[in-house]
Design a protein around this ligand. Structure first.
Ligand code: PAF
Length: 333
C-alpha cells in the first residue's frame, strides 16, 4: 500500500512532491532501461520513453465522504501522483458561525485516503496560507455573481484565492472538482483560463445517496428527521428538470419546484433558477444551449445546494430516486 505522507507547510509539500515525483520518474526510467536490457529496440522503447510524472490535485475542506473519494479515484486514474488538500479556508466563509460549525475530522479523513493510494495529504494551517501581510485577493467577475454569490458575499473571492494558491503550490497538472458545487467549478475554470494557469480542471459528476440527496459534508449536520426531509430538494429539481426538458413553462415549473421544497419541510429557498450551463446567465425559456437548474435552500440550520442538468426528453415526472436508479448522469455509491 502507498504510504500516505502528511505535509503541513508549503515547504514540506514541495519536498514530498519532489521526492514522490522523482521516484515515479526514476521508476519510468528504470522500466525503459529494463526493456532495453531485455533486447527491445530503441523504436520499441521510445514510445514509452521516460516521461514527467503528473500531479493531480483534489482540494477539500475535509469531512470527507464518498463524493470526495470519487474525485480522488478520478485523480488516481488520470495522474501519477495525487495530492489531497485539507484546509478549512476562513476566507470563503461569510458567516463566522458556519466556519466554527464546519466539521474537522483530519484523522478519519486520512484513514479514508490511505487505502486508496493517495500520495500526499496537504494540511496547511491558516498562518502558512495567509501569513501576516497577505494582501492579495483573486476576484472573478461574471460567473461568481448571483446564485450563491448573491447570498454569500466574498465567498467566491475566498474560493478563487485559495484555489489559485493550491494550484500554484502543488504545480498540479490536473485538479478535480465536483459538479455539485457547479458555480464554484465555473469560477475556478474562468480563473484558470483568465490567468493562464497551466492546470486542467476536471469536472466530476455529483455523487448522490440512494434517495437522490447530493453528498455533502453539511449533510452530517442534519438531524435524523431532517435527513429524511432533505430528499425534497433533489426530488423537486429532478422533477422540474424533467418538466422543463419536456417543454413545460420555465417560470411556472420553477415556482412549483420552490413550493414543493417548502412543502417538503425546508424553511426557505434562497434561489432556484434555470441557467445557461456555460455562462451561468439566466434562462427564461429552453433554447439550444445546455442548461441547468441550480438551487440553495435551508433545512433547519443547514444550507444545502444542488443542481441538475436539463435534458430534452419526453419523460416529465421523474423523482430523484428514479433518476439515481436510472443512472441519469448522476453517480451513486
Ligand atoms: O469545495 C470545497 O471544498 C472548497 O470550496 C475548496 C474548493 C476546497 C476551496 O476551499
Amino acid at each position: 500500500m502507498t504510504e500516505l505522507i502528511v505535509a503541513r507547510t508549503p515547504e514540506e509539500l514541495c519536498a514530498h512532491l519532489a521526492q514522490r515525483v522523482g521516484q515515479a520518474e526514476a521508476r519510468n526510467l528504470a522500466a525503459v532501461e529494463q526493456r532495453r536490457a531485455a533486447g527491445q529496440t530503441e523504436e520499441d522503447v521510445a514510445p514509452e520513453a521516460p516521461r514527467v510524472a503528473t500531479v493531480g490535485l483534489v482540494p477539500t475542506m475535509g469531512a470527507l465522504h464518498e463524493g470526495h473519494l470519487s474525485l480522488v479515484r478520478h485523480a488516481l486514474a488520470e495522474t501519477d501522483r495525487v495530492v489531497v488538500t485539507l484546509f478549512v479556508n476562513p476566507r470563503q466563509f461569510n458567516n463566522p458561525a458556519d466556519l466554527a460549525a464546519y466539521p474537522r475530522t483530519e484523522d478519519a479523513d486520512a484513514a479514508m485516503l490511505e487505502p486508496l493510494g493517495v500520495h500526499v495529504l496537504y494540511v496547511p494551517d491558516g498562518v502558512d496560507m495567509y501569513p501576516e501581510g497577505f494582501a492579495t485577493t483573486v476576484s472573478v467577475a461574471g460567473v461568481s455573481e448571483g446564485l450563491c454569490g448573491a447570498f454569500r458575499p466574498g465567498h467566491f473571492d475566498g474560493v478563487a484565492t485559495v484555489v489559485a494558491k493550491l494550484l500554484i503550490q502543488t504545480a498540479a497538472d490536473r485538479a478535480f472538482f465536483g459538479e455539485k458545487d457547479f458555480q464554484q467549478l465555473m469560477v475556478v475554470r474562468r480563473m484558470v483560463s483568465d490567468l493562464d494557469l497551466p492546470t486542467r480542471i476536471v469536472a466530476c459528476g455529483t455523487v448522490r445517496e440512494e434517495d437522490g440527496l447530493a453528498m455533502s459534508s453539511r449533510n452530517r449536520r442534519l438531524s435524523a428527521e431532517e435527513r429524511i426531509l432533505a430528499r425534497a430538494l433533489p426530488d423537486a429539481l429532478f422533477r422540474a428538470a424533467g418538466a422543463i426538458g419536456a417543454g413545460s413553462d420555465v417560470k411556472a415549473t420553477l415556482a412549483q419546484a420552490r413550493d414543493a421544497i417548502l412543502a417538503g419541510g425546508f424553511r426557505a429557498v434562497e434561489y432556484l433558477e434555470l441557467r445557461d450551463e456555460a455562462s451561468l446567465a439566466p434562462v427564461n425559456s429552453l433554447g439550444n444551449v445546455p442548461t441547468r437548474i441550480l438551487a440553495a435552500a435551508w433545512l433547519g440550520d443547514v444550507r444545502l445546494i444542488d443542481n441538475v442538468e436539463v435534458i430534452r426528453a419526453t419523460t416529465v415526472d421523474i423523482s430523484a430516486r428514479d433518476a439515481v436508479a436510472q443512472g441519469r448522469r448522476v453517480t451513486t455509491v
